[in-house]
Design a protein around this ligand. Structure first.
Ligand code: ZN
Length: 561
């Protein structure tokens, strides 16, 4: 046999953004070896006529650090043509970790990323210390390729213990943190991440450790990237301010490494912000430095109930309630005096992520038969039907249903004109799946299939070639994932084979497939036929095949002598 795998007659969209063309793709030893009219025989042949053959998609914003232990495919990523993921975003990693600190690390994941504690306790087989140990631990048993950033939260916890959530670091401690980041980079991390989001707390209500870091601490740790000349810096900073852009810009210049700033999207409560954000990154690129923003392609809808939500964490009175036991919470929500406080809290005019618009919060599921008439209506409409004030109607309905009413909050995205400009902007990275996080509220594995189906095919905002480029080669270059992201001889045979006429994401659905019998949302796709990692099919028509060809993706700092 000449080849291990041959894809016949597909339309190659090669990831570069150039026009697509018809070609066979031949694979040997995990690499693409021939492209064009390929003669010769292969172990396995796939008829790709009528289908697109593109590089596998790279999901650069995930929190799959834990899930890969019990699910080496990081499902539902492969179902959407994703062949590589980046973990360790937003400052959160499972390494480095000191023996005895494991639970302190979990506390961050449980609250910030809303992961079920029982699943993490049962599913994470601790036992490593360094970042290198962690990567070694996952290597060799992966279905999908996994690269990771070193997280500031873990690094700070390692050096400062419990004081990491209480005070600033001393110069000596900063130097020790710096050594840990360097160790991670030399182990092959794809970069470093931090978290200064004012809404991000641990399970016990304390701020995540990285929020206590001074600028000096953060800059010193970022310097490692410049010093090893590898890796990207990613951060989550919460509410947008021009100051954030000063900092991003400064770091892009100081390190000469790619900086991935915060999310840009259309927000109904700040309709001009996305434009200001796009304008703010222009000067950095003009001067020759790299500062990217990332965007959601999935209009951002979040489901919540008042028994389990982070939707109101920006409002101190609300947040206090949401940390109460359920029975006490119900009593408080019924108390007119408490309601006055909640109302005042929402009326405070400072900018927040939650838009405070009851016409944008809809009732997704009602628990009781008599309340089914409200399903699909906004809280504003429901309040009108009940002849009540908005807030009272919202709280009363929830209380009548033992806080089980499920609401859907349309927070952002969706504005086609804004999305056109955002997606076409060369400084915007697509992909904010947050996969592995908020697993019981949301599933956005389909950010790529949504880009291809909704924004490229249906709305014509991007060409197919541009959309594929955004999902593949652009991400590979920013994160320094070399040898992937293009359909080219010599490149890894990470491939997605899909039907451009039908590709799309399905609505998320519930599955009880997490450890300790916990459930989460998964998501299927339409039109994705094969997902191929290092030359092996890991997913065919939505079904996982059982092959384990995934590799740990390591930066150039690892390969350097
Ligand atoms: Zn994140």
């Amino acid at each position: 046999m000449d080849y291990d795998l041959l894809l016949r007659g597909g339309r190659v969209v090669d990831g570069s953004g150039q026009p697509s063309y018809l070609a066979d793709v031949a694979v040997k030893d995990g690499k693409i070896v021939e492209l064009g009219r390929v003669r010769g025989s292969a172990e396995k042949t796939i008829d790709a006529q009528g289908l697109v053959v593109s590089p596998g998609f790279i999901d650069h914003h995930t929190h799959m650090d834990a899930q890969v232990f019990w699910d080496p495919y990081a499902t539902s990523e492969p179902q959407h043509g994703i062949t590589s993921i980046v973990t360790g975003n937003c400052g959160l990693t499972l390494a480095p970790v000191k023996h005895g600190d494991e639970d302190a690390i979990l506390k961050n994941f449980v609250r910030v990323e809303a992961m079920p504690r029982h699943a993490l306790e049962q599913g994470v087989p601790w036992g490593w210390h360094s970042y290198r140990d962690y990567l070694n631990r996952i290597e060799g048993r992966l279905g999908i390729n996994v690269g990771g950033l070193v997280g500031h939260i873990a690094v700070r916890q390692y050096v400062m213990g419990e004081e990491s959530v209480e005070r600033q670091a001393t110069p000596a401690e900063i130097q020790r943190m710096k050594a840990l980041v360097l160790e991670g980079m030399e182990a092959g991390a794809l970069g470093f991440s931090t978290n200064r989001n004012e809404r991000h707390m641990r399970e016990d209500g304390k701020p995540v450790p990285s929020r206590l870091a001074s600028d000096e601490e953060l800059f010193t740790l970022c310097d490692v990237l410049g010093e090893v000349n590898a890796g990207a810096f990613q951060s989550t900073l919460g509410q947008f301010t021009p100051k954030h852009f000063e900092m991003y810009n400064y770091l892009a210049r100081r390190t000469q490494r790619p900086v991935i700033g915060q999310t840009v999207m259309y927000r109904p409560n700040a309709p001009k912000r996305w434009k200001e954000q796009l304008d703010a990154v222009m000067p950095t690129f003009r001067d020759g430095y790299r500062l990217y923003l990332r965007t959601h392609t999935v209009p951002n809808f979040r489901t919540f109930t008042l028994s389990n939500t982070q939707a109101f964490d920006e409002f101190p009175k609300w947040k206090h309630l949401m940390f109460m036991e359920i029975e006490a919470r119900k009593k408080s929500l019924a108390d007119p005096e408490v309601r006055q406080n909640l109302r005042a809290d929402l009326a405070d005019p400072r900018p927040t992520n939650f838009h405070r618009r009851w016409d944008l919060v809809t009732i997704e599921k009602a628990a009781k038969p008599e309340n089914q008439k409200y399903v699909g209506k906004s809280v504003a409409e429901m309040a009108e039907m009940r002849g009540q004030d908005h807030l009272d109607a919202f709280l009363d309905l929830s209380l009548e249903e033992n806080l089980e009413t499920s609401f859907r909050n349309a927070n952002a995205g969706g504005n086609p004109e804004a999305m056109r400009e955002i997606l076409q902007n060369p400084y915007v990275l697509v992909g904010n799946s947050d996969a592995g996080a908020h697993v019981q509220y949301n599933a956005e594995f389909g950010y790529g299939t949504t880009l291809l189906g909704l924004w490229a095919r249906e709305r014509g905002v991007l060409s197919l070639e541009q959309a594929v480029h955004k999902l593949t080669f652009q991400v590979a270059t920013v994160y320094g994932i070399t040898g992937r992201g293009l359909v080219q001889p010599g490149y890894a045979a990470d491939l997605a084979v899909f039907n451009a006429d039908t590709v799309n994401a399905c609505e998320p659905e519930w599955a009880d497939d997490y450890p300790a019998g916990t459930g989460r949302l998964i998501q299927r796709a339409i039109g994705v036929h094969y997902t191929i990692v290092n030359g092996k099919v890991i997913c065919a028509d939505g079904k996982i095949t059982g092959e384990l060809p995934g590799q740990v993706l390591r930066s150039s700092a690892y390969r350097r002598p």
